[in-house]
Design a protein around this ligand. Structure first.
Ligand code: DQA
Length: 148
């Protein structure tokens, strides 16, 4: 059976392509979704990916809670600015028993100091940064090449 992945994207990531292109690139979130899925398929991986984006902390928490006792294999999450501020999202992530891969398109360590605090990363299994549009693809690959 194909592995099922939930990908959650936080605030302002719906504006990718129109937002600080020198940092986040020219691709929209839809472009990144297409790129991720087509590359996985070209590599011969058959996976199911549920993509979700919200600017609302509440909706993100509800989506994470929905993963408790679900049949998803892993969560890939870019909490965006909420990674620096949200104890509530951290608490929700701590309820999960599946692997959590936190991704950031940019390398936040090269940016403002407030971006270097990542509250949500405390619950993450893996953290990947600075990979641009490959963040989601590589995040999923970390879970596919585990030999299980
Ligand atoms: C981001 C980095 C965050 O600091 C920022 O608030 C974002 C995007 C990234 O993908 O690089 O919105 O998570």
């Amino acid at each position: 059976m194909a592995m099922k992945f939930m990908v959650i994207n936080g605030p302002n990531l719906n504006m990718l392509g129109k937002r600080e292109a020198s940092i986040y690139g020219n691709d929209s979130l839809n472009d990144i979704q297409d790129y991720t899925e087509s590359t996985l398929s070209k590599m011969g991986h058959s996976v199911q990916i549920n993509w979700f984006q919200s600017n609302s902390e509440t909706e993100i928490i509800d989506k994470i809670q929905g993963l408790v006792e679900s049949d998803f294999s892993a969560l890939i999450i870019n909490p965006a600015a909420y990674s620096h501020t949200s104890v509530a999202i951290l608490d929700a992530l701590k309820m999960l028993s599946i692997p959590i891969v936190e991704v950031h398109l940019s390398n936040t360590h090269q940016r403002e100091t407030f971006r270097q605090v990542k509250l949500t990363a405390k619950a993450s299994t893996i953290i990947m940064e600075g990979l641009g549009k490959n963040a989601y693809l590589f995040g999923i690959l970390t879970q596919l090449n585990k030999g299980n």
